[in-house]
Design a protein around this ligand. Structure first.
Ligand code: 4CZ
Length: 244
């Protein structure tokens, strides 16, 4: 694509990313030392397994809804067939949430923004999936180490979503053409910022993302065996549609 087309595509992707991130970086930075008190942590840890899972599922679904909005604004996405849009979102939205979560992660005290303050893994103890928590926090740490700009995160997020390898795509060729443009944008911008080394580091993150999402689905499956009614009756419909 022409240079003008690349610049226009980058502008629209970073604008969509900004417009669909629940919190701006500046807001998250201003809140980064707002930690939960011992009492508040204890209150979360006293929640039952199903109460805490339901609480997180609601929060996660909110984050996913913003990713759905981001996807719809990626040039060409709405031009895809309905089924392909759903296939890409079903498999990619959690991955983009995990990429975005690194924006709200404080590596100095290993806390993540949750429910208005910053929480460490101990707050999530009653979920009963410590290994998932450790994996999510480790991933957030590794993403923070790359020190991505919002443009780089926006382009990487769009590439995580526009993935030609997703199963049961009907018009793989169309997804491939979108992806080529987005790959062109990312490599152009990395060259412009003299950060070509970032390219392979980002592509290495994709397999970690996929294993994290499988672990999340595995834990959800374990939880839904224990609390089928909770998942069936009070979990957000979008969460159920995407992850069960
Ligand atoms: C993402 C866009 S943003 O504007 O940066 C933003 C916008 C909004 C927020 C607030 C927010 O919803 N934070 C959540 N944190 C976690 C979390 C929880 C455990 C460890 C690490 C982060 C949420 C989850 O529910 C979650 C996320 C990833 C994997 C697993 C889970 C829990 C499972 C059991 C559902 S929701 C934060 C950041």
């Amino acid at each position: 694509p022409s240079l003008l087309h690349i610049e226009e595509l980058c502008d629209s992707i970073v604008r969509s990313h900004r417009d669909t991130s629940q919190f701006r970086l500046e807001e998250l930075q201003a809140l980064r030392w707002k930690l939960f008190s011992r009492e508040e942590i204890h209150a979360y840890q006293s929640k039952s397994v199903d109460e805490m899972w339901q609480h997180c599922a609601v929060r996660l679904t909110e984050a996913v809804q913003y990713v759905v909005e981001f996807a719809k604004r990626i040039p060409g996405f709405r031009g895809l067939g309905q089924n392909d849009q759903i296939t890409l979102l079903k498999t990619g939205s959690m991955e983009v949430v995990l990429v975005r979560m690194s924006r709200c992660f404080n590596t100095e005290n290993s806390t993540v923004f949750f429910d208005g303050k910053f929480a460490s893994t101990e707050l999530f103890k009653s979920l009963g999936c410590g290994d998932l928590m450790v994996a999510v926090f480790d991933f957030a740490h590794s993403m923070c180490a790359l020190r991505l700009t919002e443009l780089q995160m926006a382009l990487f997020s769009s590439l995580v979503l526009i993935n030609t390898d997703r199963p049961c795509l009907e018009d793989r060729g169309r997804v491939h053409r979108m992806r080529k443009d987005l790959e062109g944008c990312l490599s152009h911008m990395l060259r412009r910022d003299n950060q070509e080394s970032l390219q392979h580091k980002l592509y290495q993150k994709v397999s970690v993302l996929q294993s994290l999402c499988s672990l999340h689905v595995e834990k959800l499956h374990w939880f839904s065996q224990l609390y089928p009614l909770t998942v069936h009756s009070v979990f957000p419909p979008l969460y159920k549609e995407l992850f069960t």
